[in-house]
Design a binder for this molecule. Sequence first.
Ligand code: ADP
Ligand code: MG
Length: 348
Amino acid sequence: MAEKILGIIGGGQLGSMLCMAAKKLDVKTIIYCDDSDAPAQNFCDEFIFGNYDNKDKIIDFTNKINVVTYEFENIPYLTLNEINKIKPVLPKPSINRIIQHRLAEKDFINKLNIRTTRYVLVEKKSDLDTLEDFLPGILKTTTMGYDGKGQYPIKKISDLQTLNIDFSKGYILEKLVRLKKEISVIITRFNTNKYEIYEPIENTHENQILKYSKIPAEISNDIFNQSKEWAINIAEELKYIGTLCVEFFIDRNDNLYVNEIAPRVHNSGHLTINAYNVSQFENHIRAVCSLEKIPTKKLSNAKMVNLIGNEIEPYRLNNKLSQNQFFFDYLKKEIKDKRKMGHITTLI
Ligand code: ADP
Ligand code: MG
């Protein structure tokens, strides 16, 4: 068979890590991205710069590849759907459409009888007058949010006076969960209805951005099993192909909630590169390119720390890492506040 050519939409660090995994499997990668500085161009075989609604460029890209995947969920559904008429897009565009909209996503999860936070659609400012019951809460844009962007914590209705919120955008209000812990479960589902699943990962956020991940998560057996079961239910119901991440909240009474689903590889799974025989990235490539499924085994416990903003600088200057530590520099052109610049995984 001729060599596989995988198209990847999006050129951030997740795209880079997908390219590195593809290289190992002799899969060629072509990245399409709307950022001419995209860091993944350092890792792919070919890079195409263009907007996600540029039909001609998208068609050129589609003609060059065998199958398309994406590294972030906020790609216009129409674009994915157009590509899918010519070459397979995996995971399916219809899945992305559900998950990129917080309301549709939460409705879908609840239909499976899986618990989420309490939430309600907010279409205009006056809707909030009757929603005392959901406070304290977090107002979130229904689309395009990531790393806490587009989120407003609200303790009381009068907090809205000080916030300048554009209600034409579409929001949901979510009741605040009194968090004990956050975990995530990463699963890769293959075409044959089979899957590989990683053990739950414990995550710590700072300012709504992931800061630390570790395995094993310090959780009860019940939560260990329940979180994996729910991740499997979600992947099966979606007939998902590829790697998917489910983010969970655990409250102070040990209730488990699904927070959100990421229809892609996930930051909390970076530690799978060093801690498992097959990483979340390699499993994703194997699944979307119909390659062999290899039993995924943990080699070591691990912890990962994200290097945010200028935290990366000392690590760029020296390599004072021990043998069990792995430093990744995403090679982003510019250091910015709150920007994920790199990470370090330590095997423990
Ligand atoms: P994003 O799409 O930006 O990742 P999330 O909904 O996952 O948005 O929110 C980011 C983080 O903010 C969560 O991981 C959690 O730490 C905190 N958070 C969000 N919603 C809630 C909530 N309803 N209750 C408690 N904490 C929350
Ligand atoms: Mg999140």
